[in-house]
Ligand binder design. Structure first.
Ligand code: NDP
Ligand code: OXD
Length: 311
């Protein structure tokens, strides 16, 4: 019997994903699959899912073998008690490339002093050659699919890169630390800190008044992870005191960022509207279909979410 694959995302995403998903299904030998935005819940084998989909109650999906998330972050769905089937998050080579490019751009912007030394120096002629990357310490908090690739790219450019994670890790070219002591040591080196942690109860306010004070004075922060990783009042105070020189924030506790949020107008903050990286339909469809293939072959799914850890 052909597979029934429900596409449960905002309706406007269908146009972006239908062709790439059909192509990937075809390539994997599932060309006869019924891929649709509406299927009787009792008949659905797999759900291709975005957490902002209207589908929030999974109870009627009694034979569904897996929910395949289109987003890397799962905080909006991981606590859903009706979602009892395996949940896979998105690890997409296209998304990873986008994140690497976005983070590298902002690291280079801070490293080279592009805002301060170039744009704002006119009409003064005050040559200050930036240091080389090898003289700059960058810390990446989170060494997962995104953080590890970002860290290795920055190390490849010559930066001294420290990475921090929950469990002990080995990543070539990166000084890997973990746990509470590892965070303190990492932050003490962080001339530039990049946050690529998931949003879980354990990561909330990773940057707070105490940990911000552990960073070198005048450090830079780049947060494409999630808003709750930072205690906003503590960051604003650290920016005002000069402890933190500047922050580039892509993600926020409330999105869209409310019009009256102080971040919008703060002279030491760059706000970007959650655009650091997005799932790319062609590469992501291959990842989704690989999991469908595994499900059908009774092989273990890839990129499974650990419900207890929340990511
Ligand atoms: P992964 O799950 O692959 O990696 C998460 C990393 O965070 C792991 O190294 C993990 O440690 C570490 N971590 C988790 N909890 C803790 C903790 N309590 N203390 C220390 N380290 C911890 O995620 P990805 O790399 O794929 O994505 C990271 C996040 O990036 C996503 O969850 C999402 O929030 C965000 N994102 C943002 C986008 C944007 O456009 N702004 C786009 C895509 C993702 P360990 O290795 O030990 O498990
Ligand atoms: C994601 C994101 O989690 O876009 O994929 O933030």
């Amino acid at each position: 019997m052909p597979l029934n694959i429900l596409f449960a995302a905002r309706p406007e995403r269908w146009e972006t994903y239908e062709r790439p998903l059909r192509d990937a299904l075809d390539k994997a030998g599932f060309g006869d699959a019924n891929l649709a935005q509406e299927i009787n819940p009792r008949d659905v084998d797999y759900i291709v899912y975005a957490p902002n989909s209207p589908l929030q109650d999974f109870t009627p999906y009694t034979r569904t073998k897996a929910v395949l998330n289109l987003w890397a972050g799962v905080e909006a769905i991981v606590g859903n008690d009706t979602l009892t089937m395996p949940l896979a998050r998105m690890v997409d080579p296209g998304l990873t490339k986008g994140m690497v490019e976005w983070v590298t751009g902002h690291v280079m912007r801070y490293h080279l002093g592009i805002d301060t030394d170039i744009l704002r120096s006119a009409p003064e002629w005050m040559p200050r050659t930036p240091p080389l990357a090898q003289e700059r310490q960058v810390v990446v908090l989170g060494l997962g699919a995104l953080g590890a690739t970002v860290a290795q790219t920055l190390a490849g450019l010559g930066f001294q890169v420290t990475g921090w994670s929950r469990s002990a890790k080995k990543v070539d070219g990166i000084d890997c630390l973990h746990g509470a002591a590892g965070l303190k040591e990492s932050l003490s080196r962080a001339e530039i800190a990049v946050l690529l942690l998931p949003d879980t109860p354990a990561t909330h306010n990773t940057l707070n008044a105490e940990t911000l004070a552990q960073m070198p004075k005048g450090a830079f922060i780049i947060n494409p992870g999630r808003g709750p990783l930072i205690d906003d009042n503590a960051l604003l105070a650290a920016l005002d005191s000069g402890q933190i020189a500047h922050a580039t924030l892509d993600v926020f506790r409330v999105e869209p960022l409310p019009a009256d949020d102080p971040y919008w107008t703060h002279p030491k903050v760059t706000v970007t509207p959650h655009i650091a990286a997005e799932t790319r339909a062609s590469t992501a469809s291959e990842v989704i279909v690989e999991n469908i293939r595994r499900g059908e072959a009774d092989e273990p799914f890839i990129n499974l979410v650990d419900r207890a850890l929340g990511y």
